[in-house]
Write a protein that binds this ligand. Sequence first.
Ligand SMILES: *Cc1c(COP(=O)(O)O)cnc(C)c1O
Length: 231
Amino acid sequence: MPETDTPLTSIRARIDAACAGAGRAPQSVTLLAVSKTRGADEIAALADQGQRHFGENYLQEALDKMPALADRGLAWHFIGPIQSNKTRDIAAHFDWVHTVGRAKVARRLNEQRPDHLPPLNVCIQVNVDDEASKSGVALDQVEALAAGFADWPRLRLRGLMAIPRADSDDHNRAAFHALAMTLSQLRNTMPALDTLSMGMSADYTVAIEEGATLVRLGTALFGPRPPKDTR
Ligand SMILES: *Cc1c(COP(=O)(O)O)cnc(C)c1O
């Protein structure tokens, strides 16, 4: 294969450089390709280049795209807001859910995760900036929600996720740092937690410097989304 420069290769190079700058191993950061609004053909093209993890926000859109991609061994991550009546399909069709912010949703996902599948990987969504418009628990409620996972064997708690308010790098750095500190505290009693899902196209290098293990990139990989994204 000729070594052509693609958005995927150049972003992977930037991730690796950010890791090197932070004294971290490049394999310590997973790239999640956020494929909301993108067609199955665009996902297939990235999969052909070796991309394995894809993130979707809208359940129906994701379910529509998945059959065409079923035999490629992709890992699907649900990263959108979760309504209770959508948990059954999420539990059946995804490998990861990053946006669990309520015990009720976790309980339903646990009940509805099919037995023939491995436990569903879950991140607790944290509302780091206490924004009314965003879901997630407050930083000081993370521990209580995390403790509940002892009762949910069909879920595997992996770590924390946040979407800081779109703001300066300094603001986002502080938010990422607070999330990393919270995970570090949780690991005292739950050492298996290994995931910090933080950083998007505008701030992923900052997130990596603050310890992100998974960055969620849409526009940096695929280009700008269609302007009218009203679902
Ligand atoms: C859309 C979205 C992303 C990707 O955003 P970009 O700025 O396009 O990289 C990441 N995380 C979540 C939760 C999203 O909804």
